[in-house]
Write a protein that binds this ligand. Structure first.
Ligand code: ADP
Ligand code: AMP
Length: 214
């Protein structure tokens, strides 16, 4: 199965993608995680992306399309993939359509997780991420068993530098102007699975699986 997972920052894409990819035995790809890894490694691309990410701006389409194309051509994507955080603009969606057509890959669905904007600020400012495996936690809604430690790998948890109120508000504005139009784009292609993300994590997962006929 080849799927996209969409929704505003803080909707729960990363949280759901982790479990969903395991459940469906497909490869989980997050463009945000790829950029954070490039920053950690100090690559040229990482340095370039960092400037945009710290302000909550989108990294230029040409850069994101390039790394996604390269990632999708790797062998582990042949078993199916779940793409989180891409596309985020109509230009990226059109580029994805072209690259999948060239590769002979068909998209099976686009999961769209909806959460009211007023809930997202608290989700994002309370978010903590594992430095080692990228798993997402929340100080109130999804606490790790041991404070500051990842349940999955024991890694240290940290707060993303773009999860502060000023940057979050910019990210939410950009989502509404640049990314939200993709909902209609995929609805018109009959690919959209609308999911209520304002429910318990387990219920959101169950609804996603049901929408995929699982
Ligand atoms: P995204 O990848 O869409 O930006 P995350 O999956 O990282 O969002 O989730 C954002 C924050 O909200 C995290 O702190 C996460 O633990 C928390 N979260 C995710 N899903 C839910 C939910 N259904 N209810 C409450 N909090 C949630
Ligand atoms: P995320 O981890 O999905 O919240 O993404 C973190 C940041 O990475 C975003 O705020 C953007 O700066 C950048 N980014 C990730 N994916 C994309 C994309 N598809 N297009 C542009 N920028 C992106």
């Amino acid at each position: 199965m080849n799927l996209l997972i969409m929704g505003p920052p803080g909707a729960g894409k990363g949280t759901q993608a982790e479990t969903l990819a395991q459940e469906l035995q497909i490869t989980n790809i997050s463009t945000g995680d790829m950029f954070r890894e490039a920053i950690r490694q100090g690559t040229e691309m990482g340095k370039k992306a960092k400037e945009y990410m710290e302000m909550g701006e989108l990294v230029p389409d040409s850069v994101v399309v390039g790394i996604t194309r390269e990632r999708l051509s790797q062998p582990d994507c042949a078993r199916g993939f779940l793409l989180d955080g891409f596309p985020r603009t109509v230009v990226q969606a059109e580029a994805l359509e072209d690259m999948l057509e060239t590769m002979g890959i068909v998209l099976d669905g686009v999961i769209n997780i909806a959460v009211p904007r007023e809930k997202l600020l608290e989700r994002l400012t309370g978010r903590r991420i594992c430095r080692n495996c990228g798993a997402s936690y929340h100080l109130r809604y999804n606490k790790p068993e041991v404070e500051n430690k990842c349940d999955a790998c024991g890694g240290e948890l940290y707060q993303r530098s773009d999860d502060n109120e000023v940057v979050v508000n910019n990210r939410l504005d950009i989502y509404e102007s640049k990314t939200e139009p993709l909902i209609d784009y995929y609805a018109s292609r009959s690919l959209l699975k609308n999911i209520n993300g304002d429910q318990d994590i387990e219920k959101v997962l169950a609804d996603i699986l049901a929408s995929l006929g699982k």
